[in-house]
Ligand binder design. Sequence first.
Ligand SMILES: C[S@@+](CC[C@H](N)C(=O)[O-])C[C@H]1O[C@@H](n2cnc3c(N)ncnc32)[C@H](O)[C@@H]1O
Length: 318
Amino acid sequence: MTFQPGCPLSRRSSARAPGEPRAVPAANLRRRGVRDTGGVAGLIPVPVRDAGDPRLADYVRLTDVSLRKSLEAASGLFVAEGEKVIRRAIAAGYPVRSMLVTEDKLAGLAGLASGCAAPVYVLPAAVARQLTGYQVHRGALASMARRPLPSVTEVVAGENRLVVLEDLVDHGNVGAIFRCAAALGVGAVILSPRCADPLYRRAVKVSMGAVFAIRYARMTHWHDGLAALRGAGFQLLALTPDQSAVPLADAVLGERVALLLGSEGDGLSSRWMHEADQAVCIPMSSAAMALGVDSLNVVAAAAVACHGLMRSPQDTGR
Ligand SMILES: C[S@@+](CC[C@H](N)C(=O)[O-])C[C@H]1O[C@@H](n2cnc3c(N)ncnc32)[C@H](O)[C@@H]1O
């Protein structure tokens, strides 16, 4: 990533087109006798009509995965969508670079917009669609600054339950697994180097902000990635649809357990299967197997497996 941790991103995000007025706190303007627009306190929302406006560069072609990957990595940003998720990102301490609100939703999002410490750009819904490539149904997007990721060692310290994802490609699946992990008492998520980005817009959206609640880290090396977890005392359980593996419910759990989940297509690599302490399965019905349904979707497997770890009061907190 090329962004500077701790750099004043809000200053960068306030860059404006030549001749455009600067977004000024409403209170300052009122003191100067300038009337507020749009009835929103805080920063004056800046109306923008042109999808090509350079101030909107953070929001361009949000459905183009390869463009977004390179743009977001180069600029150190991610995009949060919808009021609830944006509020969760802010509460988790991610700085806002700017916010985009569609005109038709501005009144309902006044509280969010007025509390924003960065420029709020207000666009007609059609212009927002032209810019992003889809209908912005929730009416609000925020460009947020990423923070440097902690190391695996930092993240696993003090945790007894982990989910480890090997090369998942679907951002929605990654987001949904974070949500499962958060809901079912797993303390942290570890990603293989090639696993899809939890801060990609769709992952953030599907997780409903759980990606901000659960700590995570990315391994620097796939080959030796599991060795560090074993070294930290984690029992490595490889989840496989192979029904000859030990049913998860029968596995004897150690104090520290890491659940390894494989990619949507091929599942866990032979290297990780080999590295694991034990292969475990979620038993499937023989009728399903006879129909050719030979595995669960990885999110469903994660949910069942995380729940399967909740065997003691320590896990449920009850
Ligand atoms: C869609 S499956 C991959 C299927 C792949 N053909 C395989 O054999 O692993 C994705 C991941 O979900 C998990 N999974 C799916 N069904 C499972 C089951 N019945 N028991 C345990 N894990 C399962 C595994 O971690 C798997 O790698």
